[in-house]
Design a protein around this ligand. Structure first.
Ligand SMILES: NC(=O)c1ccc[n+]([C@@H]2O[C@H](COP(=O)([O-])OP(=O)(O)OC[C@H]3O[C@@H](n4cnc5c(N)ncnc54)[C@H](O)[C@@H]3O)[C@@H](O)[C@H]2O)c1
Length: 268
């Protein structure tokens, strides 16, 4: 059985590789034997991280919204490896990342900017479409491959804005509209690809993580945990098992699925 989880000899691309979860995804795939192309636009942290990951792995500086850049990555994969076996579409932005100093007023739906909506859709959805089209085509030509899109609980459940109200009843912010809408699109993109390229041996699945503990204030951690059947926020390496399963032959008959790895958050 363990052989079916091995990624020995496989080439994997992970976008958003220097982020909180991207680092873990790269480590999981590398530990299982894959050669990892770690893709991110943050040059310095990327080089530092990949040096630690190991010599056989490749730091690839790329803004995933650049069509030309994605074609460059495809050409390098083609000439160095003949193709690619695993694509993890993990890069994404949300309002807090893009505008850490925005006010509660900015975050209200009534005030949510069209520019921000477009920006989130561009990074989270359009770039995923394009990396999948360009790198997935290499997989379809080879007759094999696994595409794993990273969604979110907010792809299936709308935000409960009470979560962002602190113990004193102060609404700290409203979860913006663009991120949930973008993550919902990720799930349908996954389904589309699974039926379109299934006959050519390419599988597409989605992992939808729950909220990850990462220095949030205690009141938030407590409120989030209380709404989670398993009673806690996620840890960054809670997704390793799901990722390895979907990347490897262990899931060879699984496609078009959205695997919620969220401690049960979306169950009730
Ligand atoms: N952290 C969470 O609580 C959580 C919960 C649910 C889903 N997710 C999803 O997991 C994935 C990873 O989240 P994270 O918490 O690691 O985010 P993060 O912000 O820590 O990392 C995102 C990474 O993507 C990179 N990136 C952003 N835009 C890019 C672009 N245009 N081109 C190339 N790289 C780009 C950033 O440089 C960063 O390294 C995302 O898809 C996110 O929506 C995260």
């Amino acid at each position: 059985m363990s052989a079916s989880f091995s990624l020995e000899g496989r080439v994997a691309v992970v976008t958003g590789a220097t982020g909180l979860l991207g680092i873990q995804h790269c480590k999981t795939l590398a530990d299982a034997g894959a050669t990892v192309y770690a893709v991110d636009m943050q040059e310095e942290p990327l080089h530092t991280f990949v040096r630690e990951l190991g010599d056989q792995h490749v730091p690839y500086v790329l803004d995933v919204t650049s069509a030309e850049g994605v074609l460059g990555l495809r050409d390098q994969l083609k000439s160095n490896h003949g193709g690619v076996d695993i694509l993890v579409n993990n890069a994404a932005i949300n309002d807090m990342v893009e505008r850490p100093n925005s006010t509660v007023h900015d975050s209200m739906f009534e005030n949510y900017g069209l520019d921000m909506f477009r920006r989130v859709m561009d990074v989270n959805v359009s770039s995923m479409f394009y990396t999948t089209q360009v790198l997935g085509e290499l997989m379809a030509l080879a007759g094999k491959g696994s595409i794993i899109n990273i969604g979110s609980t907010y792809g299936v459940a709308a935000p409960n804005q009470d979560l962002y109200r602190d113990v004193n009843g102060v609404q700290r912010f409203y979860k913006g509209v663009a991120y949930p809408v973008s993550k919902s699109a990720v799930i349908m993109m996954t389904r589309f690809i699974s039926t379109y390229w299934g006959p050519r041996g390419v599988r597409a699945n989605c992992i939808s993580p729950g909220g990850v503990q990462n220095g949030q204030e205690e009141w938030f951690v407590q409120q989030y945990s209380a709404r989670t059947p398993l009673g806690r926020m996620a840890l960054p390496d809670d997704f390793a098992g799901a990722l390895l399963f979907l990347a490897s032959d262990a899931s060879r008959y699984v496609t078009g699925q959205n695997l919620q790895v969220d401690g049960g958050w979306t169950t009730w």
